[in-house]
Write a protein that binds this ligand. Structure first.
Ligand SMILES: [Zn+2]
Ligand SMILES: [Zn+2]
Length: 209
């Protein structure tokens, strides 16, 4: 599995292009050009877009990318209606001076689901708190964890947006600590800021809870 990190847009959200048989773009963000450039040289047989949650700074350019490249779109079942119905109270496009969009979801994810890339796999962990349908994606071979806005290398995502919950976020971090203890987390690829390590999880937990 290879991971390329793109700074995906003005809001500074990270986009990760994961290649391992299929090409998976995690949190395409707001800059379609960056994703188009990063995927141009790849031999794409099967393209999948996954959002860690429904906020516009992570999903804003997905409609344009799907128009140009095709591909399936996956998001947790609790955040899927936000995208399908363009609910800006939860999508927050207005916060970025943009209009919300409506888009069909190809597959609704839930806890324990697996996204197969043929050479590797991404396991879905439901980690609500930042939004009700926030997820982390764990790749067991390289022990990589894509955390979206649930966890950064030095902090946690905000819980004061609609649907946010401090209690849920606390439980979600406890789930990630158990994952690190049982199976190991080498690298954390967060929704914003620098890449971190598995030990960041408990350090951040101690800092915030
Ligand atoms: Zn967010
Ligand atoms: Zn974000």
């Amino acid at each position: 599995m290879e991971v390329e990190c793109l700074m995906a847009g003005s809001a500074g959200s990270n986009c990760f292009v994961v290649t391992g048989g299929k090409v998976v773009v995690i949190d395409p963000g707001l800059n379609p050009r960056a994703v188009l450039d990063a995927t141009r040289e790849l031999h794409i047989v099967d393209l999948v877009f996954i959002n860690t949650h429904c906020h516009f700074d992570h999903c804003g350019c997905v409609p344009e990318l799907r128009r140009r490249l095709g591909g399936k779109y996956l998001i947790h079942e609790l955040d899927a209606p936000v995208v399908e119905r363009g609910l800006d109270e939860f999508m927050l496009a207005g916060l970025f001076g943009e209009e919300p969009f409506r888009m069909e979801v190809s597959r609704r994810l839930k806890e324990g689901d697996v996204v197969e890339l043929s050479e590797c796999r991404l396991e879905v962990l439901h980690t609500p708190g930042h939004t009700p349908g926030s997820i982390c994606l764990y790749e067991p071979e390289s022990k990589s964890l894509f955390t979206g806005d649930t966890l950064f290398s030095d902090g946690v995502g905000r819980t004061d947006f609609p649907g946010g919950s401090v209690e849920d976020l606390k439980r979600s971090l406890e789930k990630l600590i158990r994952l690190h203890e049982k199976r190991g987390v080498e690298k954390i690829y967060p929704g914003h800021g620098p890449v971190g390590s598995g030990d960041d999880i408990s350090e951040v937990y101690e800092m915030y809870f």
